[in-house]
Design a protein around this ligand. Structure first.
Ligand code: SF4
Ligand code: SF4
Length: 454
């Protein structure tokens, strides 16, 4: 079993875990999946398209820029659809191969992996770390611990700054932060994410997976008998019929486990399917000359029957749903009009103005250019009766700009119209008639005008 040393940690219910480093296929896979994700996270804020950050969540302007597209609060439904789609993809992965998201790609796992790498570099391997912790404080211990925490803080600072850079253009952010020109909120959020990273990846580690992550709680409900998870082959490993089993009880599988469980006790909710115990056990099997795979990714069904069944009705249903949702989402994004129109009646005035030859209503029109180039739009009104838009009605709107235009609509007094009528505001690009938006609004006339007309 893993050697535990009682220490004061932030999680008072847990003792400190000293994990052993191991080598093997799954350790490499974790590196190859985690590192590109980490690098993407760090580099994306530095990318720009058309002199604009490639990804920027501009909360002040209430718009999100993702690659060449801009999204406004009214596109929230797309964000919701994207999150639902991501959840379905996660369900598919979980039904197929258990908690691989947790073991290979979850930010908690990736950052913990980097923090553990720094710990290993500064304090040595598992036995050296145990020894160091048992030693009284000395210059060597202070130096090693100081270096480790220094590196952890540096990684946390980079993480915190990068996170805020998704909401604040990165060059401006760095200049403002260094020159102390950034707002108090900016410093607060940087500090918040620095502390969050330092505590989660440095101190809490597996406690987050075991006690704080909600996904850990319900993922077992998605498993079935064919879900491929890290499994100990008890039939092969345990002693049977007077014969020794293949397990040599070296406890390496426990020593490498980041959540400190013994996979030989069977499937446990805390297991994140990282495969490190598979690597460790395979290395032991190689050493003692037994065949690999005493611990392996397999399913309960495969252990019982020797057959792996990938295609199952529930999985097919999830895949079909995900494909349909991806199609609908892509179609919606691809055909999304690059202009939107918002018309509100002017609340600062009366419902209508009676003028000498007719009635006028006043509106505020907001034209939102969601495209990537300047557009000149013409505003017009359509309705059952003859409505005239007064004032200028052609405007040029820059990409990402919301142009606010007051609009005065006139209707003749002698119209055979109801006191309350509905008309359409239409905004159309002068260069591309396919770029247009339309919105309904009410037109209110005095009852006596309508009654004199009847
Ligand atoms: S039991 Fe194995 S697969 Fe599960 S978390 Fe521990 S090391 Fe990873
Ligand atoms: S690593 Fe393999 S051999 Fe060693 S205790 Fe674990 S299951 Fe047994």
């Amino acid at each position: 079993m893993s050697e535990r040393i009682p220490t004061t940690t932030l999680d008072t219910n847990e003792n400190k875990i000293y994990t052993r480093r191991t080598q093997g296929l799954y350790q490499r896979l974790r590196r190859y999946t985690g590192m590109p994700l980490l690098l993407s996270y760090l580099l994306i804020p530095w990318l720009s398209i058309n002199d604009r950050p490639a990804v920027l969540f501009d909360l002040t302007a209430q718009k999100f820029h993702i690659l060449w597209m801009s999204f406004w609060p009214q596109d929230g439904i797309l964000l919701a659809a994207l999150l639902i789609l991501a959840a379905f993809l996660l369900f598919i992965a979980t039904i197929l191969v258990g908690r691989v998201w947790c073991g290979f790609t979850c930010p908690q796992t990736v950052w913990t992996m980097i923090f553990m790498w720094a710990e290993n570099k500064c304090e040595g391997d598992r036995n050296q770390r145990i020894k160091l912790d048992r030693q009284p404080w000395s210059f060597n211990k202070l130096l090693r611990k100081g270096a480790k925490h220094g590196i952890w803080l540096l990684i946390s600072l980079t993480t915190g700054l990068t996170f805020v850079a998704y909401f604040y253009p990165v060059q401006e952010l760095l200049v403002d932060v260094v020159s102390l020109q950034a707002s108090a909120e900016t410093y607060f959020w940087i500090l918040f994410f620095v502390s969050f990273t330092y505590l989660n990846a440095g101190w809490l580690r597996e406690s987050v997976c075991k006690h704080m992550c909600p996904y850990a709680r319900f993922q077992s409900a998605m498993y079935d008998k064919d879900t491929m998870v890290v499994t100990y082959d008890a039939e092969r490993g345990n002693p049977r019929g007077g014969q020794k089993g293949d397990c040599v009880d070296c406890s390496w599988c426990v020593q490498v486990c980041p959540v400190d469980i013994d996979i030989r006790d069977g499937l446990q909710y805390a297991c994140i399917d990282c495969g490190l115990c598979v690597d460790a056990c395979n290395n032991v099997m190689d050493k003692v000359g037994y065949s690999r795979g005493l611990i392996r990714f397999t399913s309960q069904h495969a252990i019982e029957t020797g057959r792996i069944q990938l295609i199952r009705p529930r999985l097919v249903a999830y895949i079909v749903s995900a494909v349909i949702m991806t199609g609908l989402f892509s179609y919606t994004v691809a055909t999304r009009s690059p202009v939107s129109l918002d018309v509100v009646r002017d609340r600062g005035t009366h419902l209508f103005h009676t003028v000498r030859d007719g009635v006028e209503n006043v509106y505020t029109v907001k034209i939102n250019n969601m495209g990537t180039i300047d557009q000149t739009f013409t505003l017009s009104v359509e309705g059952q009766h003859r409505y005239i838009l007064k004032g200028h009605h052609q405007v040029t709107v820059h990409p990402g700009e919301v142009y606010v235009l007051p609009a005065r609509i006139w209707r003749a007094q002698d119209e055979q119209a109801k006191p309350l009528d509905i008309l359409d505001f239409v905004v159309k690009s002068t260069t591309n008639p396919n770029i247009f938006a339309r919105q309904k609004a009410s037109f209110i006339a005095p009852a006596k005008v309508a009654s004199t007309q009847r």
